[in-house]
Ligand binder design. Structure first.
Ligand SMILES: [Zn+2]
Length: 296
């Protein structure tokens, strides 16, 4: 194993762990600093591979956005930028753009890029993110890899309902014909040991070029819709992610300060993708995400 530094400026460098001379696969995490799961998984993979004498075609960046990570902040605390909304980086306007340009130039040389994210504050299925850009073979290959590494569902971004999701690194890379996609995992405090090991071992198998012996299941795709709170109070969920729910099914309830209780219901038939922890919420906070099944 070799450690290379991507130089950002005089003070800032991003470590990249290389396990072979011509890496084809890039794994990265920590794009959003409050999303720790991927960082922990990638560090574990580095630890497991580093003593091997064999070489593997992989480069790993366990933490892309280190300033945000140190601050446990989604955005870079220095320039207040959400790193995953600035691609392609053309003009350097602040530190995030500087990092973005360096990562963009580095990542576009790979054939496959997996960017690990987290549904913060939510119990969730492990989801592959379908950016709804690529068609045909690239799209099919991406879905196969998502299944191979143990994702439980595919969430398709609906550009009409989630226009703020544009400008991601993976979107840029897909335009460059890279098999690039994000995955969303549960936060580390609720990720089960079993799921941690599954994803870690599946990523290692992918790196080592193993094909799954068992027939891969075809993952179902969903258009996801976040349901936000209309109240300020204490949210208690009564359903768990993965369940099929019907329109008007109660997903949980909110008790306001004056003890008034409101049932929170599903807006349509679908599958529950993620549900907020039991916690205090305010108006506008995300309570759960419901997925509407799509064909293909
Ligand atoms: Zn993220």
């Amino acid at each position: 194993m070799k450690v290379k530094q991507i130089k950002i400026d005089k003070k800032n460098k991003i470590p990249v762990y290389l396990f072979g001379t011509e890496p084809k696969i890039l794994l990265m995490a920590g794009v959003h600093g409050d999303e720790k799961t991927g960082v922990v998984i990638l560090k574990k993979i580095i630890k497991q591979l580093q003593n091997s004498k064999k070489s593997y075609p992989v480069a790993i960046i366990p933490c892309v956005n280190m300033r945000a990570y140190r601050d446990s902040s989604r955005i870079n605390p220095k320039d207040k930028i959400d790193f995953n909304r600035i691609f392609p980086v053309i003009k350097i306007k602040s530190e995030s753009y500087q990092i973005g340009k360096a990562i963009q130039d580095f990542a576009e040389k790979f054939t496959m890029v997996i960017d690990i994210h987290v549904f913060t504050g939510q119990h969730t299925l492990m989801c592959g993110v379908d950016l709804n850009i690529s068609k045909g073979k690239i799209q099919k290959n991406i879905k196969d890899i998502m299944s191979q590494i143990g994702m439980e569902a595919i969430c398709r971004i609906d550009h009409a309902s989630e226009p703020k999701k544009d400008g991601s690194l993976c979107a840029y890379l897909q335009h460059k014909k890279v098999l690039a996609f994000g995955i969303e995992l549960p936060p580390s405090e609720v990720l089960t040991k079993n799921n941690f090991d599954t994803i870690k071992n599946n990523l290692i198998d992918l790196i080592k070029g193993f094909q799954k012996r068992t027939k891969m299941q075809k993952l179902k795709s969903y258009i996801r819709l976040p349901v936000l709170s209309e109240y300020t109070g204490f949210f208690s969920p009564n359903k768990i992610p993965g369940l099929e729910v019907k329109k008007y099914d109660t997903i949980g309830n909110i008790t306001e300060k004056n003890q008034q209780k409101h049932n929170i219901n599903s807006p349509f038939n679908g599958r529950l993708i993620s549900v907020s922890y039991k916690k205090s919420v305010k108006n506008g906070d995300k309570l759960f995400v419901i997925g509407k099944k799509v064909k293909g």
